[in-house]
Design a protein around this ligand. Structure first.
Ligand code: SF4
Length: 293
């Protein structure tokens, strides 16, 4: 059996910066609050909790005073900064620069749409932290669309500017754009004049799709390691499944099953942008230890 870990899997730069900052801070102060899970991976979160990271909810954040709080890569709405100011909280802001840039583009898009009585539409997951942060920039005035099959809330007779959450899939984004376009045409509106499409999916995420497709097709069996809460993980796993029918998604080594493997297999281990490399290495060692004959 040959086992290969995909060297392109693992944390993206935004997540890496936030985790390194948390580790550095915890070496000095032994306790650090973090607003929401720093990364959607329970094994990595357990490791960080053991170092002293304390994850707090928004309600807990509102009643916290005079403390240091880490802001994760997803970014935050302006209300978070306002609460921090009122409660004398020091924010260690590790919002990803790519997300911050998108927040600014959404504000600009909103200003342009307001002047034309138009709408901002975001292709994203309802309730996802990044989407809350994006929509918060424009006082929650965006219409959030999670599927091309449900465009509820959009007025197709008015101008539309479309953006995407950074971790969504490109295919889905263009399907949403096409569905909006076709409905505009049916409503007698020219989409070339009234629809602006901004593909704001993070390039690290969109590049992962062809890379992962290639990696998954080169192995007999694929073990995809990801937290179940990671939307990026769910999506990338579906890409592996498209090209390899022996794909298994696990969140930690306890979910590995010996009967999945054959002695002659070439095993590919990969993961999402929220999967730590140490976890994929642990999975590799555990498969080796199974001693498949
Ligand atoms: S996926 Fe891209 S946008 Fe999102 S945190 Fe990582 S680097 Fe930033």
């Amino acid at each position: 059996m040959k086992i290969t870990i995909d060297n392109k899997s693992g944390f993206c730069s935004g997540v890496t910066s936030a985790i390194q900052a948390a580790e550095k801070e915890l070496r000095q102060s032994k306790r650090l609050y973090c607003l929401g899970d720093l990364v959607h991976n329970s094994s990595e979160m357990d490791r960080l909790r053991n170092l002293g990271l304390e994850v707090i909810t928004y309600d807990q954040f509102k009643s916290l005073k005079n403390e240091r709080v880490l802001i994760r890569a997803h970014g935050e709405p302006p209300s978070t900064y306002e609460i921090a100011r009122q409660n004398n909280l020091t924010l260690l802001d590790y919002s990803c620069p790519v997300v911050l840039k998108l927040q600014k583009r959404i504000i600009t898009g909103f200003d342009q749409m307001s002047a034309q009585n138009g709408q901002v539409v975001i292709y994203g997951k309802h309730g996802h932290a990044e989407v809350i942060g994006l929509n918060g920039q424009i006082s929650d005035k965006a219409i959030i669309i999670s599927s091309p099959d449900n465009l509820t809330g959009i007025d197709f007779t008015k101008p539309i500017v479309l953006f995407s959450q950074t971790t969504k899939d490109e295919n889905g984004f263009y399907q949403v754009a096409e569905a909006i376009k076709q409905t505009m045409i049916k409503s007698g509106i020219d989409p070339d004049k009234s629809l602006t499409i901004n593909n704001t999916i993070c390039r690290l995420v969109s590049k992962r799709v062809p890379q992962l497709r290639k990696f998954a097709s080169e192995h007999d069996i694929v073990i995809f390691v990801s937290g179940i809460k990671s939307s990026n993980g769910q999506f990338l796993f579906s890409i592996c499944q498209e090209v390899n029918h022996r794909c298994y998604m696990i969140s930690d080594v306890t979910q590995l099953k010996k009967e999945w493997f054959r002695a002659t297999d070439s095993v590919g281990i990969c993961g999402a942008t929220s999967t730590p490399m140490w976890l994929m290495e642990e999975v590799s060692k555990n498969i080796e230890k199974m001693n498949i004959l």
